[in-house]
Structures are given as C-alpha cells and as structure tokens.
Design a protein around this ligand. Structure first.
Ligand SMILES: [Zn+2]
Length: 385
C-alpha cells in the first residue's frame, strides 16, 4: 500500500483540496481529503507539492514517438516509446495503424495484440496500450491524406474479419469513410462488436454522413483534417459532426492542423464533454529534424511540422502540449483541458476504470503544474522515472 498527495486532485469532474490517494495492487483504494483519511503510520507517502493530480492522459490516435513507429517489425523501441509517452502525461494509448499492404497490416496487428496482452501482465513503467485504432484501410481516396492509394480497400466484412482476427479482437476504434460502398455494413458489424466507429478521412455529403451515424458511427477522427470542407450550402460531414450531439469528435490541437480559432469553434459547437484531444503523433515526435517513418511512408520533420510530399503527415505533438494549447486556443482552465485528454477519451475508447480518479479505478495519474506542465506520472501506482 502506498499513498500520494499534492495541493489538489481533479477527479476530473470535481476538485479535492489537500487530497490523499491510497493505492494498492495498481488500483486506487481510497481518495479523499487528508484530514479525514486515516493512513497506516508506516505507509510510503509521495508528495507532489504544489501540483494538481489529474487522471492520466489517454491518446486514442497515435502512430509513434521517440523514433518508434507502432507498426514497425522491430519492437525493441516500444518501452522507450511508452516511457516517452508517460513523461508527457500519457498513461494509456491506442496504437494506431495506417493503411499498408494487407499482409503487413495483419502482421502489425498481431504484434500489437501481443503488446496489449503482455502489457496487462508485466509492470514495466510507461504508458500502456489499451486497444488498437484502425485508421484505414477503409478510407476515401479523395481524403486519404498521406495514406497510399494502393493500400486503401473498399469496406467489406471479409477484410474487417481478417483485421479483427489478426488483432485478436483488440480493436477499440475504427476510422472509416461512411460514404464508401459497403461502409454501413462494416460500421454496423464493428459497432456490434463494441468497437467505437469513428467517421473520418471522408468526403461524405450530409446524407452519407447521417447514414454512417445511423449504422453505428459515434465519433469523428481529427475533425476538419482529411474531411470534406464545410460549405454553408452543401454542409457535408462536418455539419453532421458539429451539430449531432450523439457524436463525439477529436482534434489535433497543435496549431498547425487546425487553426486555434477553429479549435475554439469546435469546442463551442460540441461542448467540452464531447471533445477529445489527440496527437496523431508519428515516430518523429520528440526527435531532431530529419526523416522518419509513418508506417511505410517517409516523413520529414522540420520546425515542428511532419510532411510527406508537401502534405501534413501525422504530427509531432505531445498530449501535454495539446492540453496547454487548448487552454490558450479556447480559453479553457486546466481542469477543463484535462477532461478533454483523460475522461473524454476514456469514454470514447470505453476504457473501464480509466479517465477518472475514484476508488476501484486504475492508479493512472499525472501531477501537473498550474500551467499544465507534467511534473510526474504514475502508471498502475508506479512512478515513471
Ligand atoms: Zn493518424
């Protein structure tokens, strides 16, 4: 049994001043005010001083960081990557695939399933993979971004089943363009299996977007990016994403992918509780300028931007930075910004016991300074060094 304290805790819906969190077996057993909580005299108490403890961040769209790509064959960089994430406040993540030749995708999914299954067994300190985000191969050619055209597949249940089998069912999020032939069937089947279906990389008009929602779509992938632009006479998918309260939406708040004022617009339209911060980070994140891999694509990192042949290719964003950015872009306070990086993504990814601090929840949390800087991260009760 160990305990943690700081100036305050965001649960994140409420604030507890002068708190204590007691942890046993990787779970929170007690959370309350220090005065009213009796602790065993010999308990080890870690004090984060003037910081606020908040639920650990959850990145539901990330391809890599620290030189590591989640699809790569050599897995030796994984622990360094997961430690890098934890240093930026992330305690759980959805490794995200991009479109690749089917065989390569299936092999990558098997490796990711291994990583997910072994993460629940071993205690190496770092962010833990929750489940896979399949970004592709069922994407629109018109809005493919840097996904290679030859790797895109028309949605069909047979391919979905192959992906599902290779991932051994560890699929949490599926990004799909709802206007494609076969998309409604795949959306319905994925939703039936408990996958969060996210509309994205899409050129859908309003009707097609609404059909995607009717089939089971519940979320939107990097809203505004790789999406048919909003036109006031031909509203398209963005009008559905912005106005349908049954849809949550995520955004890359690096200031490059979406202008700061449009991030503010998104939060105003969706309300804070339906907005999720993601990074879409790729292996170049945290590395010096140069050339890096995104799946099979060569990407150049220069001055904070990742591009392939002039098109934005993932980001070099970290989630702690996204939290600090939205405080500026949308005039949020730290508690609100934290919610969009912890509680909200946990809901979208249906991550039980994560995204909120309360008894029985996982002891995954981050100690933040008043301006959102990460002072320390704890994963399953273990301080990440
Ligand atoms: Zn992506």
């Amino acid at each position: 049994m160990i305990a943690f304290t700081a100036q305050s805790v965001y649960t994140p819906s409420s604030t507890i001043s002068d708190p204590v969190i007691v942890v046993e077996g990787g779970k929170i057993t007690t959370l309350g005010g220090r005065e009213s909580t009796s602790l065993p005299s010999n308990i080890k108490l870690t004090d984060f001083g003037d910081c606020t403890i908040a639920p650990g961040f959850i990145d539901i769209h990330i391809h890599g960081s620290a030189g590591f790509d989640v699809m790569q064959v050599d897995q030796s960089g994984r622990s360094g990557f997961e430690r890098f994430l934890a240093k930026h406040g992330v305690t759980a993540y959805c490794p995200t695939t991009i479109a690749a030749p089917l065989d390569a995708t299936l092999a990558a999914l098997e490796r990711l399933a291994d990583a997910i299954e072994s993460a629940s067994a071993n205690g190496a300190a770092g962010a833990k993979p929750l489940g896979i985000h399949l970004e592709g191969p069922f994407l629109s050619h018109a809005k493919r971004g840097v996904h290679r055209p030859e790797d895109l597949i028309v949605p069909n249940l047979r391919t979905f089943e192959q992906l599902w089998q290779a991932a051994r069912g560890h699929v949490r999020v599926l990004t799909i363009a709802p206007e494609l032939e076969g998309a409604p069937e795949v959306i319905t089947e994925a939703a039936r299996r408990g996958v969060t279906v996210s509309l994205g990389h899409s050129d859908a008009n309003l009707d097609a977007a609404q059909r995607g929602v009717a089939a089971g779509g519940r979320h939107a992938t990097h809203t505004f990016n790789a999406m048919r632009a909003l036109d006031h006479r031909d509203p398209g998918i963005l009008a559905e994403v912005l106005t349908n309260d049954n849809l949550t939406a995520d955004v890359i708040a690096d200031g490059f992918h979406v202008a700061p004022s449009v991030v503010d617009l998104l939060i105003k339209a969706k309300k804070l509780e339906r907005v999720v911060l993601i990074t879409d980070a790729m292996s170049a994140t945290g590395m010096p300028d140069g050339h890096y891999r995104l799946g099979l694509i060569d990407v150049e990192l220069k001055a904070g931007r990742c591009t392939a042949n002039g098109t934005l290719a993932g980001s070099a964003l970290t989630l702690d930075r996204a939290v600090a950015n939205v405080m500026n872009f949308a005039k949020l306070d730290l508690q609100q910004a934290v919610q969009a990086a912890s509680f909200n993504p946990a809901q979208v990814a249906r991550a039980k016991g994560k995204g909120m601090l309360q008894p029985q929840a996982d002891a995954d949390f981050v100690a933040l300074t008043a301006d959102g800087k990460v002072r320390a991260t704890v994963v399953r009760g273990e301080l990440v060094q």
